[in-house]
Design a protein around this ligand. Structure first.
Ligand SMILES: Nc1ncnc2c1ncn2[C@@H]1O[C@H](COP(=O)(O)OP(=O)(O)OP(=O)(O)O)[C@@H](O)[C@H]1O
Length: 626
């Protein structure tokens, strides 16, 4: 079960699209095909966000209303301006001028209100949707099978959860609103231009393809570069989170310089990619601004000639020009947010991919019920298994054994024999490739994994202490447990003494940013957790790290309490455990090679005898010392 660093290096996910690190190492021609395919993609992935939006119809309606109001108000401004120029100034009627300016003031107030409303609804909507999306992605991640995590890089997934959702937030919020506002403005201004002066509009409309086409073509390259920059950043982040999680190991091996250098290299690469993307974006902006303003100037030029010739009123030219500026400005903004939107589309796509990742282990459509009350019988029938990440290496080979209800069975064997794998299969983290595993006579494939796991309590070798209170840590497997039940479990696990002695007792924050527990204390928390779960089957992965004699006695006593009346499978590392077990199963290379009790196996003189001599020698010395 324990994975070496090698197993997490850069294997693509099942869908082959999430692990961007691998992309950096694919041959150039493949990478080119892949990015071509990507650049063809458009804003479609943003469509996957629609279901999230439909939950908040009122907010969407509010956002649309204010969006339209702001656009209409903006579009009516030039009409007022034209009247002021063509009538107000000429007729020098102060009453009329006042009325026009009064109207402009009202328009300004409406515009201000509409903009504030738009901002409020749109940004809140963005926050709301991304909060839901984060929850959905995280909840989905908790349901994915270990097979997924065998090949995924946890740092990268966390970065997806943080960075991609933030990108989506800006898209749903600000960017989408800017996009829609400018799209409405552009179309509205265009229509008003035609209404104002069809002749001038014709010139402008003829010029549009010459403006838009180069921008679109160039925009594609920019998007590709941005995506590359994001991917390189994700790689750097993944590396950082791995190193930060293992800082003790880094320092113990005095590898600070090496990891800093590697992270620095990754950051520099991300910076290089970001700079390339910024350069392209800067150039795009320059091209856009020049093309747009050059055409506005050209229109002004032609229009001015017409005013001089007397075929156009100055007010109409101003009105037309204002619409042209609006349209041009809107188009400029559109080209800018298009890039951002497509980035967000990329982010939405990756999140959708993550959400589309199916758990390998699922309940059948009609799961068979496990018998009640549970007895705790465990049966392995000719079980063969290879890890999906190493399909050509058989880990278990036709393994058969039966554990009676209430029996304590020790599993021993050399490192890599498959002991932890037996536990993983029993929890149905994976399905065997051959044979069957039964709990209380029911084949695990036919039942609901959640129901199965609720019948199993696991005390792992390394207890994970979460950054939460001591109470929550004990109640991890049963968050609804009463304070009395939690205290009783702690008492039985001999954890009550040290928990009460913590600065704030059961409420003391443990783990990261909290109190650090000793090895023996962690194990007793794990035992209390398992006691509270009160499951008929107990899987115990005995810690290999030696505890001091006193802790050892406490842990042992707590375990004895835990094992009473339960079927127990224990991966044994101590002599005292094998001596107490009803039966010992000896595994080697995924096969059951010997079976019996300590005495019978020792007298056989086989693998167990050899292992016992090596492995339990220390235990015997300890026992002698006591
Ligand atoms: N998640 C995994 N993906 C791929 N291979 C794995 C995985 N977990 C374990 N293995 C491999 O399966 C084999 C059996 O591993 P397992 O952890 O079951 O052995 P073990 O008997 O518990 O060893 P140890 O006593 O050292 O913990 C080993 O060769 C190991 O490298």
């Amino acid at each position: 079960m324990r994975r070496g660093a090698g197993t997490r290096s850069g294997r693509p996910f099942a869908s082959g699209s999430l692990n961007r690190t691998t992309e950096l190492f694919v041959p150039d021609d493949q990478a080119a095909t892949a990015s071509k395919e990507k650049s063809r993609r458009n804003l479609k992935p943003l469509g996957s966000l629609v279901p999230y939006l439909t939950h908040y119809k009122a907010m969407v309606a509010g956002a649309c209303f204010f969006l339209a109001l702001a656009a209409i108000t903006t579009l009516s401004l030039p009409l007022a301006v034209r009247r002021v120029i063509d009538h107000g100034f000429i007729e020098s009627d102060t009453g009329l001028i006042n009325a026009y300016f009064g109207m402009l003031m009202v328009l300004a107030a409406v515009l201000a209100l509409a903009s504030a409303g738009r901002y409020y609804f749109v940004i809140t909507l963005g926050e709301r949707v991304v909060a839901d999306l984060r929850k959905a992605v995280f909840s989905h991640l908790t349901r994915l099978s270990p097979t997924f995590y065998d090949t995924a890089e946890s740092g990268e997934i966390v970065s997806r959860l943080a960075a991609d959702t933030t990108q989506v937030k800006s898209a749903v919020g600000a960017t989408a609103s800017v996009f829609l506002r400018n799209a409405i403005l552009f179309l509205g201004a265009l229509a008003m231009m035609v209404a104002t002066s069809p002749a001038l509009s014709l010139i402008v409309i003829a010029a549009i393809p010459f403006i838009v086409l180069p921008l679109v073509a160039f925009g594609r390259g920019v998007r590709r570069k941005s995506r590359h920059a994001q991917d390189t950043l994700a790689t750097a982040n993944a590396y950082a989170s791995e190193a930060i999680g293992a800082m003790r190991t880094v320092q113990a091996f005095t590898s600070e310089r090496a990891v800093t250098g590697r992270f620095g290299g990754a950051v520099d690469e991300a910076f290089g990619a970001a700079r390339a993307s910024i350069k392209a974006r800067a150039l795009l902006t320059a091209i856009a601004i020049f093309l747009i303003f050059a055409s506005v100037v050209a229109v002004l030029w032609i229009g001015a000639a017409r005013v001089t010739a007397g075929t156009l009123s100055p007010g109409t030219l101003s009105q037309f020009l204002l619409y042209a500026v609006f349209a041009a400005g809107a188009l400029g903004q559109l080209s800018e947010v298009w890039g951002e939107l497509s980035l967000a589309a990329g982010a939405a796509e990756r999140l959708t991919e993550l959400l589309a990742e199916e758990p390998v282990i699922v309940a059948p459509p009609r799961p068979a019920a496990l018998p009640a009350p549970a007895t705790g019988r465990v049966t392995f029938e000719a079980v063969s298994f290879s890890y999906p990440s190493r399909p050509d290496m058989p880990t278990l080979n036709g393994l058969s054994f039966d554990v009676e209800p209430g029996e304590t069975v020790a599993i021993v064997g050399p490192s890599g024999a498959g002991k932890s794998t037996v536990f993983a299969l029993l929890e149905r983290f994976y399905d065997p490739s051959g044979g069957r595993i039964l709990v209380d006579g029911v084949d695990l494939r036919t039942t609901d994994p959640l129901e199965l796991r609720s019948r199993i309590a696991l005390v792992p070798q390394d207890t994970t202490i979460f950054a939460a209170s001591a109470r929550d840590n004990i109640a991890f497997g049963d968050p609804s447990a009463s304070s009395e039940a939690i205290a009783a479990a702690a008492r039985q696990a001999l954890a009550e003494g040290f928990v009460k002695a913590l600065p704030e007792g059961y409420e003391t924050l443990l783990g990261e940013r909290g109190v650090t527990l000793s090895g023996g204390q962690r194990q007793r928390i794990a035992i209390a957790r398992a006691l509270l779960r009160d499951a008929p089957i107990l899987l115990l992965d005995e810690a290999t790290s030696a505890l001091d004699a006193e802790s050892e006695v406490l842990v042992q006593k707590a375990l004895d309490e835990l094992m009473v009346g339960r079927t127990t499978l224990v991966i044994a590392h101590r002599l005292s455990t094998v001596l107490k077990a009803d039966r010992i199963l000896v595994l080697d290379q995924g096969r059951l090679v010997e079976e019996g009790n300590h005495q019978s196996l020792i007298s056989k003189g086989g693998i167990y005898a050899r292992l016992a001599k090596l492995q339990f020698e220390a235990g015997r010395l300890e026992d002698a010392a006591e």
